[in-house]
Design a protein around this ligand. Sequence first.
Ligand code: CTP
Length: 473
Amino acid sequence: MKKCLDHPVFRVISDIVTRRDVSAYVIGGFVRDCILGRDHSIQDIDILIVGKGIEIAREVASSLIPKPKVSIFKRFGTAMFRYGDMEIDFVGARKESYSPDSRKPAVEEGTLEDDQRRRDFTVNAMAISLKRESYGAFIDPFNGLKDLQDRILRTPLDPDVTFSDDPLRMMRAIRFATELDFQLSTEVEEGIRKNRDRISIVSMERITTELNKIMMADTPSRGFLLMDKTGLLAIILPEVYTLKGVETREGKSHKDVFLHTLQVLDNISRKSDNLWLRWAALLHDIAKPATKKFMPDHGWTFHGHEFLGSRMVPRIFRNLKLPLHERTNYVSKLVALHLRPIALVTEQITDSALRRLIFDAGDDLEDLMTLCEADITSRNPGKVRKHLNNFKFVRLKLKEIEDKDAIRNFQPPVSGEEIMKIFGIPPSKTVGIIKEAIKDAILDGKIHNSREEALRLMYKLGEEIGLKPADQK
Ligand code: CTP
């Protein structure tokens, strides 16, 4: 395990703890990821000290060049500093006991094994010794290495105790299983199912942090299927849970919107690392259950699900304590527009419809097209190819119009103030009507996106409704 200790900082820690005759270990995610060969831009290193961690952290920091600033959390007996691309935490080995209504444990000093036992998963409880006489020794009392090789998540203690002590670990279990492509052991799965309601004592922000990590995994569907299987999905994201199921009437079934959504989410995750675009994929059909109707002639319809869905986004984000404002607007907008490019293909590609789409999507047009392509989930490869080709054509046409008309981030060539000034009228509905008519004329291709043509149309419209330019009055 010495390969995990090749950074010189470990030697510095080793010298100090050896001189002080204190046992110290690297433990947790750093050991796990080192064995797995996972790379991180910032290395999070947890150093476990059997005794007081703060003193050691201070001494290590003052031996480093440049000397990092140590942050001390007295209440928890922990300290940390940043050093290059590493964030190094020092914690004293602990024994903990939890009360049933809180995630905050009563803490007392403990041995290395006490500390390993109270950790979440066996693969996160492996330790490597730093003291000189045992430098590099691997201490793994719960067989984390075997579980790592078998790609399985188990808890050192009975999962019922581990999850009841700290229910956030249920989300962590699913997040690790998703990120690392590990299985949950049967006991872990059962433990989550049994303790699922205790997730309510965890703050929404912490749950959402895990949820976002699940969203950012290579194949996020794995996490959603596990959340569903263990009963957490219905608690955390009831709107997504409601997408589940298939109804059949008069021999006609609709597809399972939950499974379709997960496919769209996985598809988009192969194309983009934009978390919010992934959220748009998760929520694009969120209003299908609420708008579902069976029409004897047409079968199942979901009229207006894109608009209702787009209005549901802010509430869902608020409940999850996700950042509102521009993130919500972006996701809402993509949900609202997600059928527009498809409509372009199935109806007729007119320049006017293309211009309107460019105008409505603005800078998010590329993301919208990516979402629409991800939304093709037919099992028939011929159909998928056909739809993708159609979208290729739409992209081409969009580009042509864009190059020609500069509609993206369209600014009206005549402003409301100018209209008021030219006709000598106060702010009123009339100003809005004239402005809107100019915009429509440009988008419909009746006039060019130029100031000259817009002014000409403005005078004509004014005349039609009996307005005279102020300088001719
Ligand atoms: N840990 C725990 N229970 C928690 C959080 C953390 O037992 N609810 C322990 C685990 O041993 C974990 C270590 O504390 O490995 C460090 O936690 P953290 O930095 O949050 O997670 P990592 O395992 O390092 O993984 P990641 O960086 O991917 O979050």
